[in-house]
Design a protein around this ligand. Structure first.
Ligand SMILES: Nc1ncnc2c1ncn2[C@@H]1O[C@H](COP(=O)(O)OP(=O)(O)O)[C@@H](O)[C@H]1O
Ligand SMILES: Cc1ncc(COP(=O)(O)OP(=O)(O)O)c(N)n1
Length: 266
């Protein structure tokens, strides 16, 4: 059984963060584990508050796992401060962690800041260089690359700029550009384009968390980077197609659509 770890924040409403990651791991039939960095009070309407765990306790959780269990891949999500980023980077370097997938979570869809502005440079300097792949959305890529992204040419330039920070691969997600969602992968040499079909749905809570977790699962399952992204893109497409409403705001996607015999299964 492959073993995959998420280091991320908790979403009380279950659509994003640790909860989305663990659901994705289960749907990929890998064994899921978690290191919680922050606890958010969150629902489909937005994030009410976030409470960071002490860095010593985050380090202790990482130690508990790596000193006992062989981790096949690790996905990193919400790390809200420079202090937490440095703690995670140092621990993963110490344990020689492999298959590191970084979703550089900055702001929730509802507009709540999940990463302090002053910590972006720490993310770039301390964490990106140890990552197998980083998966920013358009806004996150714009901020890191210092490029206003409006089209695919801008996406390609941003990929190259972020690659220079030291990640092995850069995947810029195209969900927030007009038209069909195209995600662009750059490995320092070639660009690969992953085209999706835009689904008109208000229920897209946790799409970024889910895509990065699926990539971690597929890397753990020994797929190449290109195949891992291709399979994860197919997975997110199906999960959004089967998204559903709970609450009054942005509802979740269906992590388990492949397991349902028909659409009316509860
Ligand atoms: N409406 C949509 N229809 C189909 N795919 C989408 C849609 N919105 C986002 N995606 C896909 O979901 C993944 C997450 O993308 P994105 O929404 O850009 O990231 P984030 O959730 O981090 O803001 C990407 O693979 C993107 O192409
Ligand atoms: C605890 C926590 N982590 C990450 C996010 C952001 O999730 P993401 O999939 O990038 O997008 P939205 O769910 O915000 O649409 C979050 N909200 N909470």
């Amino acid at each position: 059984m492959k073993k995959v770890l998420t280091i991320a924040g908790s979403d009380s409403s279950g659509g994003a963060g640790i909860q989305a990651d663990i659901k994705t791991f289960s749907a990929h039939l890998v064994y899921g584990m978690s290191v919680i960095t922050s606890v958010t009070a969150q629902n489909t309407k937005g994030v009410l508050a976030a409470f960071d765990l002490p860095k010593e306790f985050i380090e202790m959780q990482i130690r508990a796992i790596y000193e006992d269990i062989d981790v096949d891949a690790v996905k990193i999500g919400m790390l809200s401060s420079s202090e937490i980023i440095k703690t995670v980077a140092k621990a993963l370097t110490y344990y020689n962690a492999k298959n590191i997938v970084l979703d550089p979570v900055m702001v929730s869809k509802s507009g709540f800041k999940l990463l302090k502005d002053e910590a972006i440079s720490t993310l770039v300097e301390d964490l990106i260089p140890i990552c197998t792949i980083i998966t920013p959305n358009i806004d996150e890529a714009s901020l890191m690359a210092g490029i206003k992204i409006k089209n695919i040419e801008d996406v390609e330039r941003a990929c190259q700029r972020i690659y220079e920070f030291g990640a092995e691969n850069v995947l810029i997600k195209g969900g927030h550009l007009d038209g069909e969602p195209i995600d662009v992968l750059y490995d320092g040499k070639d660009f690969t384009y992953f085209k999706g079909k835009r689904i008109i749905s208000k229920n897209t809570h946790g799409t970024g968390c889910t895509l990065s977790s699926a990539i971690a699962c597929n890397l753990a399952l020994s797929y190449s980077i290109v195949d891992a992204v291709k399979r994860s893109k197919e997975y997110i497409q199906g999960a959004i197609e089967n998204s559903f409403s709970i609450g009054y705001g942005v509802g979740p996607i269906d992590h388990f659509f492949r397991f349902r015999l028909n659409k009316n299964d509860e």
